[in-house]
Design a protein around this ligand. Structure first.
Ligand SMILES: *Cc1c(COP(=O)(O)O)cnc(C)c1O
Length: 496
């Protein structure tokens, strides 16, 4: 299996190359040259396998340059009960009315990013051995909250790697800050930046593209790499849980093999829902992929009109991990929808860069409406959904998953479609405890730990152990740097 680039379809790279590089040289994203199929027998056989074995089977179709031994090492190191609080890794909870919640937050940081970032360090170090043997890998991350912590937990104490995370000093939630500043591990560094998320992101990009810095690090045998969501090594692991969930529902007798399901995904960068599309291409019977957005509804408009336009107001919402106006992974979908037309992709994405806007052709518009349904909801609707689902079904949603549930309710009211539906749940409610507590009628005064203690009392749910533990952990990373001093922070850290 080779990988092309969305901006150069004649490129042929191995998966190891794609994972080490992250982004292709001409700025495109790596895409598999074809999508491998799963047979009925394979999908049914998943029912009797552990999650790590299911992951092994899916990876062995995409990462054909990895040996069976290497893949086994990767999946077993990541998907075990040391890292996840559930034997099943991803749990399925049945709600009323043909709805199944796929809980992707049983990992160490209580958000779905763990599903990919627990295995990425192993995929990356294994790839690096093939591509750039003997080099140390230093991961740089700019984060608005969830990715940074998940990457830190994934890479902590992984031999041959180190990781440096930058976050906006005043731009993350108190719980997210606490989670990062108390991070353990010998090879980690966490750095607050006096600036916003864009400043962090620009600073990290500047470090990546500075040849002097690259040279200095190479002299110390260090290669920079990225753990952000456009890396193929983050996308491939996300395909696994959709395949796994379908097989599990068949095994549990909830659906019969071949029966179609809808999949609803609370979407930001379009990685998670793209993985669901790949699962569909592999042979998982999917009716509609439902793309749920918050007030930053650039994707809702795009799917409904074919016009992508980021020139709009940016809203800070109660579902911050979806506050995004440029959904990078959409580029991969459009590459497939245009029949791998790198010329069109180059055209559209230069237009996005220059004018903030592009419009796709009729063929792509038709495909978008066949495959997807898109909707969005406001913060008030998100909070009302949390309250409703809790009162009627005794199930506590986080602020991101609630967006998905609300958009699904709207879809059902509009279409009358009764197809069984899988809703991707991307965070544990305690990660966004303040907004969740207010939604169920609580008075969210006091510090973060007071609020989640009250949420626990009021709802009879349980604070996840990793979040509770941050209360008593020592803060290791204090202080902050000016945005122009980020390079120095990286060099100082990597020297030590
Ligand atoms: C990252 C994130 C999302 C958005 O996922 P994408 O793959 O970027 O679309 C949704 N919810 C939560 C809790 C997240 O952390």
């Amino acid at each position: 299996m080779n990988y092309a680039s969305t901006r150069n379809s004649s490129l042929k790279a191995t998966s190891a190359h794609a994972i080490v590089k992250g982004l292709s040289d001409e700025g495109g994203l790596f895409v598999p040259e074809s999508i491998p199929a799963l047979t009925k027998e394979e999908i049914i056989s998943f029912g009797d396998k552990k999650y790590s074995e299911r992951a092994f089977d899916v990876f062995s179709k995409f990462l054909t340059d990895f040996t069976a031994e290497e893949l086994k090492y990767c999946v077993e190191s990541a998907y075990n009960t040391k890292n996840f609080d559930s034997e099943n890794i991803a749990e399925i909870t049945k709600l009323n009315g043909n709805r199944y919640v796929l809980e992707l937050w049983h990992g160490p940081t209580c958000a779905f990013k763990d599903m990919a970032l627990q295995i990425l360090p192993y995929l990356l170090t294994t790839s690096a051995k093939k591509e750039v043997s003997g080099k140390q890998i230093a991961i740089l991350v700019a984060t608005s909250g969830d990715t940074g912590k998940a990457a830190l937990e994934g890479f902590k104490d992984v031999d041959g790697t180190s990781i440096c995370v930058f976050y906006p000093e005043d731009g993350v939630s108190p719980m997210q800050k606490r989670q990062m500043t108390t991070q353990e591990g010998k090879n980690v560094n966490v750095c607050a930046v006096k600036g916003n998320f864009d400043d962090c992101q620009n600073g990290v990009k500047a470090i990546f593209t500075n040849r002097d810095t690259e040279q200095k690090l190479l002299e110390n045998n260090i290669l920079l790499s990225s753990a952000n969501s456009i890396n193929w090594g983050r996308l491939a692991p996300q395909i696994v849980y959709y395949v796994s969930a379908y097989a599990q529902l068949v095994k549990d007798g909830e659906i019969s093999f071949g029966e179609k399901v809808n999949i609803v995904v609370p979407t930001g960068n379009f990685g998670n829902i793209l993985a669901a599309y790949y699962a569909k291409l592999m042979g998982i019977p999917v009716n509609k992929l439902i793309c749920a957005s918050n007030s930053n509804n650039v994707l809702t408009d795009f799917i409904n009109t074919g016009v992508y336009d980021r020139n709009r107001k940016f809203y800070t919402t109660v579902s911050p991990s979806m506050d995004i106006l440029i959904s990078s992974n959409l580029e991969r979908l459009l590459y497939h929808f245009t029949g791998e037309n790198d010329k069109l992709i180059n055209e559209w994405f230069s237009s996005l860069k220059e004018t903030g806007r592009y419009e796709v052709n009729e063929e792509v518009k038709k495909k978008l409406s066949e495959v997807f349904f898109a909707g969005f909801c406001t913060d008030d609707e998100t909070k009302a959904q949390i309250k409703k689902t809790f009162e009627e079904e005794n199930y506590l949603l986080d602020t991101h998953t609630a967006v998905a549930v609300k958009v699904y309710e709207d879809y059902k009211a509009k279409t009358g479609d009764n197809t069984k539906t899988v809703i991707a749940s991307t965070a544990n409610p305690y990660k966004f405890g303040r907004a969740v507590f207010e939604s169920v009628g609580g008075n969210a005064e006091g510090d973060e730990f007071d609020v989640i203690a009250k949420l626990e009392e009021k709802t009879g749910t349980k604070i996840p152990a990793p979040l509770a533990a941050t209360r008593d952990k020592a803060v290791r990373f204090t202080g902050s740097v000016e945005k122009q001093d980020m390079t120095k922070a990286v060099l100082d850290f990597l020297k030590s």
